[in-house]
Design a protein around this ligand. Structure first.
Ligand code: GTP
Length: 391
């Protein structure tokens, strides 16, 4: 009996294991979850003032892009006021530049005059060289006449002697005795007034700015009048010059009456106790009557408040005879007291110094020798001639 019970218990145990195993096998399997793919965050760029686009590094793992803070408004940097160097000795400093543009004239003349035999052909060549350099017909004839006589007296000549002769003749034509003083000192409580005139493109506005710099470098207080109301850009250009050296600029809208700008500039110059007021004018007038009317009015209006000490005519040295004709029109319209010859660095025709002084009877007071802010120099005849002839 006991054997039957034992077998029965074994069978039951086997059955329990078998059912348990079956249940385990048939148990529903847990489904594999799909991999989580993070949503693609939009690329966030941050436009910094420098213009560099910066890509946020954690953008790929951020579901919601962080809010981009609006850029703080950046104030434009305050203009840095420059301290220009004084004007004394400028032409000596700029002599190398002058020599670069003018030595072909000097060397050519020295070579011609140093020839053993100076026949008529040689003298014709000398005349041609002077005419080509814009010396002008009459001064050329006077110079060659004088040189012929001196060479005959001298007989044989070495290069140093020829250089001496030529130097003497060029200086005589330029006339070192002319008064080239620039009148920019105030009269008691009234500022000096400088009117800058000339055809557009000759360098009027640039010259006005450079002159302001030079005067400030010499310790003066300067105010600028932007009476070239024909083009707003001219007033902007002047404003930039003024900001750089700390000169105030009086300006009005494009098309405003130039005389009213000049009047306001001089009035402010008196109130602010400045030393010199420099007024830049427009030069786009096509008829002589229009030019006379406008410049005459500007001058008259200024004279209600102060004296016009200088009327500087700006001439582009590269324009030759065309520039000379323009100069004559201006000289008839207004009483020019000095000439500013610009762009002498860009031409070998330095002879224009001689012809323009002769034609207008007015001295060259300043020369422009480059586009840089300090490339304007008081004209020095001796430095000029030495730069032409080389050492
Ligand atoms: N190389 C050289 N360039 C110069 C000189 N003076 C002026 N310039 C250049 O000549 C150009 C004309 O100068 P501006 O001062 O604008 O002439 P502007 O007569 O006032 O002419 P508008 O403003 O059009 O009336 C500019 O590019 C100047 O930089 C100089 O002495 N040498």
């Amino acid at each position: 009996m006991d054997g039957y019970i034992g077998i029965f218990l074994i069978v039951i145990a086997i059955a329990v294991f078998a059912v348990g195993g079956m249940l385990l096998l048939l148990r529903p399997r847990r489904r594999q979850a799909p991999p989580v793919v993070p949503p693609q965050a939009p690329e966030v760029t941050d436009q910094r003032p420098g213009g560099t686009a910066v890509v946020e590094e954690d953008a790929a793992t951020t579901t919601i892009p962080p809010p981009v803070r609006p850029a703080e408004p950046v104030a434009p940097p305050a203009p840095v006021i420059e301290i220009p160097p004084p004007s004394a000795g400028r032409m000596v400093r700029l002599r190398a530049r002058l020599a670069r543009s003018q030595t072909s004239l000097g060397r050519g003349l020295l070579d011609l005059l140093s020839r053993d035999r100076l026949d008529d052909d040689a003298w014709d060549d000398i005349e041609d060289a002077l005419i080509t350099a814009d010396v002008g017909v009459t001064p050329t004839q006077m110079m060659t006449e004088e040189l012929r006589t001196r060479v005959k007296v001298l007989g044989s000549r070495d290069r140093a002697e020829v250089r001496g002769l030529l130097r003497e003749q060029l200086l005589a034509q330029i006339n070192p005795d002319l008064d080239r003083t620039l009148h920019t000192s105030p009269h008691g409580d009234r500022p000096a007034v400088v009117l800058v005139v000339g055809v557009n493109g000759t360098g009027k506005t640039t010259t006005t700015g450079k002159l302001a710099r030079a005067l400030i470098g010499d310790g003066r207080k300067v105010l600028l009048g932007a009476a070239d109301t024909f083009r707003a850009a001219a007033a902007d250009q002047l404003q930039t010059w003024g900001e750089r050296v700390g000169a105030e600029v009086v300006r009005k809208d494009e098309g405003a009456d130039p005389a009213s700008v000049a009047f306001d500039a001089v009035s402010k110059g008196i109130t602010d106790k400045v030393d010199t007021v420099i007024v830049d004018t427009a030069g786009r007038l096509h008829t002589k009557t229009g030019l006379m009317d406008e410049l005459g009015k500007v001058k008259r209006v200024i004279e209600k408040k102060a004296t016009v000490d200088e009327v500087l005519l700006v001439l582009d040295a590269t324009t030759g005879q065309n520039g000379m004709r323009q100069a004559q029109v201006f000289a008839e319209a207004v009483n020019v007291t000095g000439i500013v010859l610009t762009k002498l660095d860009g031409t070998a025709k330095g002879g224009i110094v001689i012809s323009v002084q002769r034609e207008l009877g007015v001295p060259v007071k300043l020369v422009g020798l480059g586009e840089g802010p300090d490339d304007l120099a008081p004209f020095d005849p001796e430095v000029f001639v030495d730069a032409i002839l080389g050492d």
